[in-house]
Each structure stands twice: as structure tokens, then as C-alpha cells.
Write a protein that binds this ligand. Structure first.
Ligand code: PLP
Length: 398
């Protein structure tokens, strides 16, 4: 192993991550290689950012061509691709307008700002009184406002004071949402399936019930699909499993095709109309390289069967995992190629299982001590899923 690379990270880097002990040097398709030439099946996909596979040739080509032609310009000027990206993603999502950012957290912040402004300008909430309702166990990123919404002590500890105006309700409980809504509520922010929280699926009908409550009380329904969007759960967006239409939608991760940070907030007209020139922005958001990459990433999803593949192989993968008989496994759950194995941590930590999987050539990552997340690139084949299953069965047998 390249111990120097690791030593340098340890000596000069902030210790805000605890990586598994492997140094990756190359990626192609569903595979990555370490510095010793050992190949791994990537079942983590950079937290779903690599849905199109590593070094996807079409996206790579689009990126290189655009980088040679025109790179970063800022939004002080127009470029030829931005409008095309707006149109494409609006048509795909059914939203009216798009605001481009780079990371998921920035797009979430954009949604929070839009919701508050809409609350004051359209709903008539008194100045500085707007409330945004969020869910316990959420993950929306790492900015101060966002960790202020978190129920995870480690995300918050030492980072206060936090902005006011966020109300937390239990996830999966529409009645709790109803009770939390007041005349000052401007939005309800929710992940249709909680990702970092541990691949938590709410009860069937939850999102639909939330949508109805939001409509009834003139509250915006904001779906954070940074991780669940773009085919991950077997549909374009996870909210489509319940025929819900959010008032605002947050997309990121896979929108960057595994090569670049690209995120977006999309919303209906009356929400996005609240932004005027100078209200909000980003130096890199919507730059030509980002647009070229995102356009290609979306075209691939439109033209290929990756989303259907996610639905079909996800069902197969989950069913096969559920057949594994091991006292270590408490539950296997998920939707599409977004699957978690919950481990009985009284017996063994999820981390130690991830380390064993790594030894066997499979990359995964624990979340919340007890869950192993399996979210391979959507280009994965049934044969490659079978390879993964063989490794997983071996690790749980050993
Ligand atoms: C990863 C994630 C984010 C934050 O995205 P970053 O690009 O890491 O800022 C926000 N929301 C959800 C649901 C995520 O999974």
C-alpha cells in the first residue's frame, strides 16, 4: 500500500474523515483499482455520485471537449449550454425553472432561501418569522444552517449557534407534520428515502400524505433528491414512486456524471420568481463545463436503460441479499440500486464488515455504525451483481 500517500493525508489534512485503508489510483466502469493493481467492485459509487460509472466515455468526452473550448465564465455572461441544461432538467423533472449550484449542500441552501423568500413575498409571513419543517435523522449537507437542522449530535456539536426557524418532526409520520404546521410554515423539506440516515424508507403513502398536507396549508413541499434522484431508486426521482409533485426539487451528486460537482434547485414558477438579480448566486454554478457534463449525464439516462436496470437489478440484488442467512444481518432494505444491510452491532461492527469486503475486492461504506450501504453504479450488470453477492455471502459466512 502507498503508505506515504496516507501519511501525507494524515499529517497535513484535517481529520474530518476516517477512510478505509486503501489508496485508489484508477477507475473504469463499476471498478476501481488500488496502487497495488488490485481491482475492486465499487458498491459505494462515491455516495451515488458515480451512477454512470467511473470515467464514463461519453461524459469524459463531453467534459474534455468543453474544457478545451470554454471553461469557467461566471454568470456575469451568458453561455450556450446553460439554457439547454435548464430546459432539459425542467422537462425531465416537470419543474418550471432551475438554479444551478455545485454541491448538494449549496443547492439545499438555495432551496431554504427560496422557501423563506416565497414565504414572505407570496404567503405573507411576517418578516423573519418563516419556519421550515424538516425531519429527524435527515442529511442535507454540512453548512451551518443545514447542520442546524440535523438531529445528529456529531454533526452539530461545537458548531452552534445555529440559525432559528427550523422545526423538526419525526420522519415517516405525516400526523407529526400536520401538528407542526403553523401560519408561519413556508416549507417542508424531506428526503423521500433517507440516505445517510441509513437507507430509511418511510411507510407507503407517507410522501403523498405530506404532499396533501402541504397543499392544504399552503406550505411548499421540497424534496431533497441529491442522493435518491436520477435513477438511483429505479425511477428518475424517488418521489415518483408515489406520484408526488414537489414544489421544489434538489438534485446533485450523479448530475455531475462522476466527474464534477454539479447541483441544482428546481422549482415552480412562483417560487423561483422570488429570486431577482443579485439575490443569490455562485461563481462556478452553471459554468460551461458543468453544463456540458450534466447535459451528457442526463442524455445517457434518457437514452439508455440505466434507470430500468436500477429497478430490475435492485429488486434482484435485494432479494438475493435477503436470502443470506446470518445472525449478523438484522434487515436488508432499499429501493432500486439503493440498498442497505443493517448489522447487529452487538455482534460485529458494520465498519469491520466493510473492511472484510474491501479485502475481498468490494468497496462499500458503513453509515451510522450499523448499516452497510450498497449503491453501485447503475451501469452494473447482473453478472457483476452475482460477483458481489458471492463476496458478500463469503464475508457473512466467515
Ligand atoms: C450528499 C447529500 C447532500 C449534500 O451534498 P454535498 O454535495 O456533499 O454537499 C444533500 N442532501 C442529500 C440527501 C445528500 O445525500
Amino acid at each position: 500500500m502507498d503508505h506515504l500517500a496516507i501519511a501525507l493525508e494524515n499529517q497535513y489534512g484535517a481529520h474530518n474523515y476516517a477512510p478505509l485503508p486503501v489508496v485508489l489510483v484508477k477507475g473504469e466502469g463499476v471498478y476501481v483499482w488500488d496502487d497495488q493493481g488490485k481491482r475492486y467492485l465499487d458498491m459505494m459509487s462515491a455516495y451515488s455520485a458515480v451512477s454512470h460509472g467511473h470515467a464514463n466515455p461519453r461524459i469524459l468526452q463531453a467534459m474534455i471537449e468543453q474544457a478545451k473550448t470554454l471553461g469557467v465564465t461566471s454568470r456575469a455572461y451568458h453561455n450556450r449550454l446553460l439554457g439547454k441544461l435548464f430546459e432539459k432538467l425542467c422537462k425531465i423533472t416537470g419543474q418550471d425553472r432551475m438554479l444551478p449550484m455545485n454541491t448538494g449542500a449549496e443547492a439545499v441552501e438555495t432551496a431554504l432561501k427560496a422557501a423563506r423568500k416565497w414565504g414572505y413575498e407570496k404567503k405573507g409571513i411576517p418578516a423573519n418569522q418563516a419556519e421550515i419543517i424538516c425531519c429527524a435523522n435527515n442529511f442535507h449537507g454540512r453548512t451551518i444552517a443545514i447542520v442546524g437542522m440535523s438531529s445528529e449530535p456529531q454533526y452539530r456539536q461545537g458548531f452552534g449557534p445555529f440559525p432559528p426557524g427550523f422545526i423538526q418532526v419525526p420522519f415517516g409520520d405525516a400526523q407529526a407534520l400536520e401538528q407542526a404546521i403553523t401560519a408561519n410554515s413556508c416549507a417542508f423539506l424531506v428526503e423521500p428515502i433517507q440516505g445517510e440516515g441509513g437507507i430509511i424508507l418511510p411507510p407507503d403513502g407517507y410522501l403523498k400524505a405530506c404532499e396533501n398536507l402541504c397543499r392544504q396549508h399552503n406550505v411548499l413541499l421540497l424534496c431533497d433528491e441529491v442522493q435518491t434522484g436520477l435513477g438511483r431508486t429505479g425511477k428518475w426521482f424517488a418521489h415518483q414512486h408515489e406520484q408526488v409533485k414537489p414544489d421544489g426539487l434538489i438534485v446533485g451528486k450523479a448530475l455531475g456524471g462522476g466527474l464534477y460537482p454539479v447541483s441544482a434547485f428546481l422549482a415552480k414558477e412562483e417560487v423561483m420568481r422570488c429570486f431577482h438579480p443579485g439575490d443569490h448566486g455562485s461563481t462556478f454554478g452553471g459554468n460551461p463545463i458543468a453544463c456540458a457534463i450534466a447535459l451528457e449525464a442526463l442524455s445517457i439516462l434518457e437514452e439508455s436503460d440505466l434507470i430500468a436496470n436500477s429497478a430490475k437489478l435492485g429488486e434482484y440484488f435485494k432479494a438475493e441479499l435477503q436470502k443470506i442467512s446470518s445472525s449478523l444481518i438484522k434487515e436488508v432494505r432499499g429501493r432500486g440500486l439503493f440498498i442497505g444491510i443493517e448489522i447487529d452491532i452487538q455482534q460485529r461492527s458494520a465498519r469491520s464488515i466493510c473492511e472484510a469486503l474491501l479485502q475481498e475486492g468490494l468497496l462499500s461504506k458503513e453509515t451510522h455504525d450499523c448499516l452497510i450501504r450498497l449503491a453501485p453504479p447503475l451501469i452494473i450488470s447482473k453478472e457483476q451483481i452475482d460477483d458481489a453477492l458471492e463476496i458478500i455471502r463469503r464475508v457473512f459466512a466467515g
